[in-house]
Design a binder for this molecule. Structure first.
Ligand code: GTP
Ligand code: MG
Length: 590
């Protein structure tokens, strides 16, 4: 626990690089203004002893009036100075914490952006959102407030204790003997509240996830008229969170009375012992004034400790989650000896005895896949749903790596190519189409923002999207909603195809991209794919014979194995699965 906390602070310090000196000034300032707090009571005690209660008070008042004025002026000036220091400290803490927040958030987003596919199937969006918002705010709060409060309490307590001991060690120690009891209570509180904060943080993430999934899945909810059910479900998360929040906040109430009782024993000790000491002349009236005027400076730090510990545990729970992302490393990265292949790829694809299994699954998805596609050729992949087609093509851009065997592009194992360069040469239209909330133009030009309007229109034409786009109210400037809301399934697919084509890739991968468009439109698309004005190898996953018919090679996958391979005519002649599909589909068409 301790080493873990230490490393959390270490992590914090690491991210304060560049601001550490400024922050140190802030900490020093905190120390200074707390020590300065003691000067006013000190001067007051001098005034009392010299001008009010001492034997020669009246005489002093008459002859040393200027000293009295000086002392009062010093008090005013010190108060003013102290206020300035407090102001500057607050400013420094706020600036440093915001800078660190900005830096860590940018870093985290970068991290998240560069993760593998696996990462995205592990972490839920709502949970990730919590990490870059709420959790990070707890980290900011640690820098802006918690650390300062710790220094503040510590310096005030120590300075007062030293001052008290200097004035009268016996009286001081009699009061200070109470402190260890309070420390014990705070420790017990820490052990109790730590796990509570962890739980609270989980509940917060759960609530965010529920909200996020509901908002993005709102069409499904509506379609099934499950609003009430979802509201109830969310309400449960909300209630759960509120209750945990309340319980966490209430934890302090269990410990608070004990801390308060012990803290309130201090003035009692002062009253009793201090009184006796004045009577027997051990301390002066001025000393007593200083003691009683400053006793809060011993009590408050101890009272504050509960609050500080609470916030510290909140930071602890949150930073753990932030650090998990901060230090997470994608496993699919550029090899140290990766080949720098800056020229455009030829587009040759080879699979050599590739087997693949998802890490979290217990059975392989693909077995011993071997095939090759020459540059410019078209390969069609067919097979029943769930047979592993998407898993197969995911290994070409290296979204996943084969468990066995190798995938080569242009004769080089993809794990020896630079990821950026490899992926820049691949145009991919994924099975579940995701468009950004942007204009249609912006979506098509996503992979190449320098694309001219003319070229955007050309690619829209290739993907048979030009017609419907021109009929839209703002044409290419029409803004599509989040995930492409406002477009039909087939329209979305065609924009996603245009987007994949627009990078003029050496390898084009289409995962069921024309499944939602009609036969006539598909024919148009087939035609333009055959007549692209740049060299391109095409990997097309499709269910329709009309799409696969003209491919140079058709692969049939069954249960993760290639069971048939050849051209349309060859496979029809073979009379296997493909042939039965042909019969089924042409029969349907007729
Ligand atoms: P359709 O797109 O429906 O035609 O299927 P497909 O041939 O593209 O199948 P896909 O490659 O997507 O999936 C093959 C098998 O892998 C299926 O049994 C899936 O359940 C499984 N699968 C897919 N994605 C994942 C994943 O991220 N993790 C795990 N563990 N299994 C997965
Ligand atoms: Mg698929």
């Amino acid at each position: 626990m301790k080493t873990q906390q230490k490393s959390k602070i270490g992590w914090l310090l690491e991210n304060m690089k560049g601001y550490r000196a400024l922050y140190a000034v802030g900490i020093l300032g905190t120390f200074l203004y707390n020590v300065l707090q003691l000067t006013v009571p000190y001067i007051s005690s001098k005034i009392v002893d010299t001008f009010l209660s001492g034997e020669s008070a009246a005489a002093n008042l008459a002859s040393h009036k200027d000293l009295l004025y000086k002392l009062i002026a010093a008090m005013v000036l010190l108060t003013f100075f102290r206020t300035t220091v407090v102001y500057l400290v607050c400013l420094i803490m706020e600036v440093v914490s915001q800078k660190v927040l900005y830096r860590v958030r940018t870093f985290l987003f970068d991290k998240i952006e560069n993760q593998d596919m696996k990462f995205y199937s592990t972490f839920r969006t709502g949970d990730l959102m919590t990490r870059v918002t709420g959790d990070l705010d707890a980290v900011r709060h640690m820098i802006a407030w918690v650390l300062r409060a710790i220094i503040e309490s510590f310096s005030l307590f120590i300075a007062t204790a030293v001052y008290f001991i200097y004035m009268d060690w016996l009286l001081a120690l009699s009061m200070l003997i109470i402190a260890p009891f309070i420390f014990i209570i705070i420790r017990l509180f820490r052990d109790k509240v730590g796990p509570r904060h962890k739980l609270l943080r989980e509940k917060h993430a759960q609530m965010n996830t529920a909200a996020q999934e509901n908002i993005s899945g709102n069409r499904v909810v509506k379609a099934f008229a499950r609003e009430d059910y979802e509201i109830e479900k969310f309400d449960e998360c909300n209630k759960d969170y509120a209750e945990t929040n309340q319980k966490t906040a209430m934890t302090w109430l269990t410990y608070f009375p004990y801390v308060e009782t012990f803290a309130n024993l201090m003035p009692l000790v002062l009253l009793l012992l201090g009184g006796i000491f004045i009577i027997n002349g051990r301390i002066t009236m001025g000393d007593y004034v200083a003691f009683s005027g400053l006793i809060w400076a011993l009590q408050n730090p101890m009272r504050m400790m509960g609050n500080i510990m609470n916030e510290f545990q909140r930071f602890s729970a949150a930073s753990e989650k932030v650090m998990e992302i901060y230090y997470s490393e994608p496993t699919i990265v550029d090899a140290p000896d990766a080949i720098d292949k800056t020229e455009r790829f030829e587009g040759k694809i080879e699979f050599k005895n590739v087997s693949f299994q998802y890490e979290d699954a217990n059975l392989p998805v693909l077995h011993d896949i071997t095939f090759s596609v020459e540059p410019g050729q078209t390969v069609a992949i067919m097979g029943e749903t769930g047979c592993g087609k998407t898993s197969l093509i995911n290994m070409i851009p290296r979204f996943y790596e084969p468990t066995q065997g190798e995938v080569l592009v242009d004769g080089i194992n993809v794990n020896k190519l630079k990821l950026r360069q490899l992926r820049k040469n691949i145009g991919l239209a994924t099975q579940d189409v995701l468009l950004f909330s942007d204009t249609i133009d912006g979506n098509i030009a996503y992979g190449d923002s320098h694309l001219s309007q003319k070229e955007v229109m050309k690619f829209a034409k290739y993907s048979a999207a030009a017609d419907f786009i021109s009929k839209m109210p703002d044409g290419y400037e029409t803004i599509v909603g989040e995930r492409g809301v406002g477009l039909s399934g087939g329209q979305k697919q065609r924009i996603s195809l245009a987007r994949a084509l627009a990078v003029k890739p050496a390898i084009l991968i289409l995962d069921d991209t024309t499944s939602a468009v009609d036969m006539e439109t598909e024919k148009q698309i087939q035609h333009s794919l055959k007549n692209l004005d740049f060299p391109c190898t095409k990997v097309i996953i499709a269910q329709r014979i009309s799409t696969t018919k003209s491919a140079d090679k058709i692969l049939v996958i069954q249960d993760g194995r290639i069971t048939e391979e050849g051209t349309h005519d060859e496979l029809v002649a073979k009379g296997g699965y493909y042939c039965s599909l042909v019969k089924l589909q042409t029969g349907e068409e007729e």
